[in-house]
Write a protein that binds this ligand. Structure first.
Ligand SMILES: [Zn+2]
Length: 209
């Protein structure tokens, strides 16, 4: 067995939006302080005294990838041909249009070609691309492209079910609305049986959650 690793940021496209490398926490706290003033609050009152620092700290944590620096692949020549699905991955991101949270439930499937990906890494990849201002469609693309890059072929499918607070607490106020995005490559596009198996298992996982 051999082990290879890849970094998410090595994956294309390099031009896609992403977090700044370093955040000036003092400056962010200062801006939150100003925002509170503009919203008619008194940032000096007891409940708000530490809020700017707390919010700055949160932004810093949110925008820092959660240990997704590398993804491990294990070469296993005997393990080809089966469908592998990793579901139940739930990550929080922020909608870039409204700066409101969205919860993304991610299911990823692939067919190993002699290389299997360490299973826990799927969750790390999802966290990595969730930790920035996002739209669900781009997130789905980034996770899929990255997995294709790591796995080294196109036989990858990713389905994402999102709950967007910008739909439930503002605008149309649809509490029950769910947005589903899916990208399928390689055999998932051309083999109806494989594609159906992925969909059946994915919707089964969602129903169970
Ligand atoms: Zn939104």
């Amino acid at each position: 067995m051999t082990i290879s690793t890849a970094s998410p940021e090595a994956a294309p496209p390099a031009t896609s939006p992403g977090p700044a490398a370093i955040i000036d926490m003092g400056r962010v706290a200062n801006l939150v302080h100003q925002l509170l003033v503009e919203l008619g609050e008194n940032p000096a009152r007891e409940g708000l005294a530490d809020t700017p620092d707390r919010v700055a700290e949160w932004w810093n944590t949110f925008l820092s990838p959660h240990g997704a620096a590398t993804t491990t692949c294990f070469t296993e020549s005997q393990l080809g041909g089966q469908l592998v699905i990793v579901g139940g991955m739930s990550v929080w991101s922020l909608c870039e249009h409204h700066l409101l949270p969205m919860n993304l439930q991610v299911t990823a499937g692939y067919v190993p070609h002699g290389e299997v990906v360490g299973l826990s890494k799927f969750g790390r990849v999802a966290h990595h691309f969730a930790g920035r201002l996002q739209v669900q469609e781009r997130f789905t693309h980034q996770v899929t492209d990255y997995l294709k890059h790591v796995i080294g072929h196109e036989n990858v499918a990713v389905a994402v079910r999102g709950v967007h607070l910008c739909m439930s607490m503002r605008g149309v106020r649809m509490e029950e609305a769910r947005t589903t995005t899916m990208l399928a490559g390689g055999r998932f596009e051309t083999d109806p049986v494989l594609s159906q198996q992925f969909l059946t298992l994915t919707t089964g996982l969602w129903r169970a959650s």
